[in-house]
Design a protein around this ligand. Sequence first.
Ligand code: MN
Length: 706
Amino acid sequence: MSFSDLEDKIKSYIDEENQLLIIQKAYEFALSKHDGQLRKSGEPFISHPLNVAFILVGIFADYETIAAALLHDVLLEEASSIEEIKEQFGENICKLVQGVWKLSKINFSTENEYLIDYYKKIIVGMSEDVRVIIIKLADCLHNMRTLWALPEDRQKVKAKEALDILVPIAHHLGIHKIKSELEDLSLRYLKPDVFYDIAEKLNKTKLEREKTVYDMQIEVSELLKEHHIIHEIKGRAKSIYSIYNKLNKGKKFSDIYDLLALRILVENEQDCYLTLGIIHSKFRPLPNRFKDYIAMPKPNMYQSLHTTVFGTDGYLFEIQIRTYDMDEVAENGIASHWAYKEKENSRAMFQNTTDQKLQFFKSILDLSSDKVNTEELIDEFQNELLNNSIYVFTPKGDVIELPKGATPVDFAYKIHSRVGDTTVGAIVNNNIVPLDYQLKDNDIVKINTNKNSTPSKEWMNFVKTSQAKSQIKSFFVKSEKEIYIEGGKYSLEKELRRRKISFSDFFTDENIKSICEVLKVDGLDNIYAAVGNNRYTAGFVVNIIDKQPEPTPKIVKANVDTDADIIVGGFDKIKVNLANCCNPVCGDEIIGYITKNNGISVHRSTCHNLTLSEDRTLDVEWNINTNKRYLTYVLVYTNTSSNHMFDLMQTISIHNISVDGINIINRADNCVYEIGCYVKNVDQLQKLMVSIAKGDYVDKIEREMR
Ligand code: MN
């Protein structure tokens, strides 16, 4: 095929001279850029963009789309740049070329169902203009037509990619022509035995079928003429893939009645229904096979009447009745808007607004049946659309989607939490950049790690993704365990001293074992930690061995007049705040800390933020006469990655505790739930923590200290 063949076809529907000139210029530009290159099939490379353009002309694409199709692979050449294309062909065409180029850099092959949906999402999300996707479909179709030139293993990978990802998109856009050819080609490479078997059977029965269809066609046509309905009847070939699908559902080849199919085209909607009535009066319809897609079009705009009738000689015929306009939409889907007279309208049609994209994306997901993750994916997608994502690449060419303003640290955590935790530097497009560098679309990012390195709290100031934030946070939460151990050991020592028991007498191997059984922990350190994070009081733990009534907590009954939470000895009406690092609740052992200009800040005595300089701390006590509830945070570490939000909410509600919020930190194979809850006192909190800890899915639970 040559450019003049293409031009002849274009001229049948585009007559503006300047548009034709731009197409020609695009061809010449591509020709010079691809000069000397060959495709795997041995043809000169230019044959590929020419064929892609030809496919698009077949669905009456506009001149910008055709020009972009001719140029769609020139960016692969080192000698061409985006600026050059923008300068020569303007903003619109350049954007289309760039869009297709972006998509072509992504390696979409995957076995993972979740990723298949993710990739569909990326294609939709990355394409600001739906014409980019249409060019991509045509590109894929031509590559599939020439797939024979690739080695067999690549053939299968490419065919699966087309079937999993591009076919559903083509179906959604209603571009039946491209969809159906892609399906047949994919089947041919994925299951050659099945494909050729069906093709052969079709071939064997071809003459017989053609004669039967022809007879029926004449009969129906005569009937419609009698009623003065202007019409056209086409015999219709079923695609091999659709037959394969039916065979797959357990039907026998001989039973597939819509092998015999007719399509009747009429001039208006009213004639569609008239035609249906006339046909049903003569040929008995098969029950439950009538569908009115005119009154209720499919989501991809498809309209038609479908019925199945007993035709001549008792053969079953599937008949479609539709207007010429409906037929255009059925074949070309969204692309049929190109044929509309009002060009402005059609332009608006192709500009993807956020709403349209979302709708589009939803219906693509609907196609992939009942995925559990669908809702989440849509939420995520909506977020990303509104936040404006960027797409960057790993050195291997995998695409990573990030919000605008994301940094190499965000990228590192998106790859893996271990990569994030050990990041020491980043290289973007071969240049060393600082870790707070803002990534741009198409950056190629390489992360340097050192296995002995750990995250820095500084990172919290610049990371953009919630994933990176929560991972960095959970890293520090982890190292705070040491603080709990220290604090717990201190409280236990104090309690034992009070009861005049020696530490080494108390913590014998046997006692440790019994305490561990009760607390559901293992090892002495974890006993300390359970006390240090206030899950249990020291008294409770000591009582397991040395049974004594627990002393009443250090709460004083204060003057009923005051409504302050905290009573500070010797000071009247002083400003008191509960520290929001350790969030003490009534009954916690507390210490006041005199701040420079914010009165007294009250911390739990185990809080690591307290620097225990005697002259700035003072004794404070709880006022138990208030009905206040205190906001505090609990961290629940689970041992599975499944969602236990419901179990947690249920447990919490039993304790009549209100929840401020639950934040889930997903890690490789478990989760951390950060629960903000309002409790009356430490007693209530402790009971809650003990009953949450009873769940088998709970690894450990502790109060949060920031
Ligand atoms: Mn291409």
